[in-house]
Design a protein around this ligand. Structure first.
Ligand code: PLP
Length: 345
């Protein structure tokens, strides 16, 4: 019988997103969403938005938004790509920066979408194992890959890698390094933007989903050399970011102070909860993100704790597997949510 589906797609294991429950009453600490609302400027844009304008296609290049992002990043508009969530940026980067049948590399563990995107493009996926404490390790010099996806802070561990280590790797690596900074606003002012602005093979990718409280909007961007950015623009859908998202994103990025205030609150909560969990015998990986990567005390297997918390209406994230299966990833919610979680534990 004729095969209807391309074998690589038929054999693909799709990405497993964190559960998005449709029932009320669950404390949702499983997908690193922000517990606080987006800037009031966002609500204002939604109230004022002229439905009539949706008759027309949106700006395919997101020029107003590119301008604002360039202004914030201190770079030229040509160095900014705007995408439908940073997941779109990642997907396009897989295609743009590898040879057919080539290789994508990343640390292990890291964001579990990377291998799925590589497989969807029929690319090989090579991992560089992180040490036991998930801290930085220099990838081997002979790493033969077109693209290295480097989440910093890393997911699901929350570990922040030092700028100088990343710079040394980017200089040594022959391919493109995509530094995925989805969580960087929780890292106390540290970032790798400078590398994207100075090195020809580095892209930094950001999102409104986490620190800007806009996971429901789908807006991400990349910063890098005009050559790398131009390649992403060639591959994107004609109108990859809808007009409403462009307007809302512009409002959110016009109120960076709101985001920073929320990020500071979340960081303060994170540190308090990390201490509370440590007191209860958990090994807590130092986190620069809006989540905690924790090893429960002996006699409390992570999978069991996950299930028990689910019964008590707390949704956290469990990643089965040899490197991750002993741990839980807990999103930092509001103080009330986290106090309730500590009490439940
Ligand atoms: C490391 C990392 N990068 C990117 C994303 C996706 O972000 P977006 O919502 O912009 O697609 C996530 C989401 O969980 C993530 O953990």
């Amino acid at each position: 019988m004729k095969k209807l589906i391309r074998p690589s797609v038929a054999g693909l294991t799709a990405y497993t997103p964190g559960e998005q429950p449709r029932v009320a009453g669950l404390v949702k600490l499983n997908t690193n969403e922000n517990p606080y609302p987006p800037s009031p400027a966002v609500a204002q844009v939604l109230r004022d938005f002229a439905a009539e304008s949706l008759r027309l296609y949106p700006d395919p290049m997101c020029n107003a938004l590119r301008g604002r992002i360039a202004e914030l990043a201190g770079c030229a508009r040509e160095q900014v790509f705007v995408g439908n969530g940073s997941d779109e940026v990642l997907r396009l980067a897989m295609r743009a920066f590898t040879q057919p049948g080539g290789t994508v590399a990343a640390f292990a563990p890291t964001y579990s979408l990377y291998p799925v995107l590589a497989a969807a493009d029929e690319l090989k996926y090579r991992t560089v194992p992180l040490p036991e404490d998930f801290s930085w390790v220099m990838p081997p010099a002979d790493l033969d890959a077109g693209l290295f996806c480097l989440a910093n802070p890393n997911a699901p561990t929350g570990v922040f890698y030092p700028l100088e280590s990343i710079r040394a790797f980017c200089r040594a690596f022959a391919g493109v390094v995509l530094i995925d900074e989805a969580y960087v606003d929780f890292a106390g002012g540290r970032d790798c933007l400078e590398l994207a602005k100075t090195l020809p093979n580095v892209l930094v990718c950001r999102t409104l989903s986490k620190s800007y409280s806009l996971a429901g909007l789908r807006l991400g961007w990349a910063i890098g050399s005009p050559e790398l950015i131009g390649a992403l623009y060639k591959l994107k859908d004609s109108y990859n970011v809808d007009g409403l998202a462009q307007a809302v994103a512009l409002a959110a990025l016009g109120d960076v102070g709101w985001m920073q205030t929320n990020a500071r609150r979340i960081v303060a909560t994170r540190e308090r909860v990390a201490a509370g969990l440590a007191e209860r015998g958990f090994r807590v990986t130092p986190s620069a993100a809006n989540f905690l990567w924790v090893l429960p005390p002996a006699g409390m297997p992570a999978a069991d704790l996950f299930a028990q918390l689910r019964e008590k209406k707390f949704l956290v994230r469990y990643f089965p597997g040899p490197r991750t299966g002993d741990f839980l990833r807990i999103t930092v919610g509001s103080d009330e949510q986290m106090d309730a979680l500590l009490a439940a534990i």
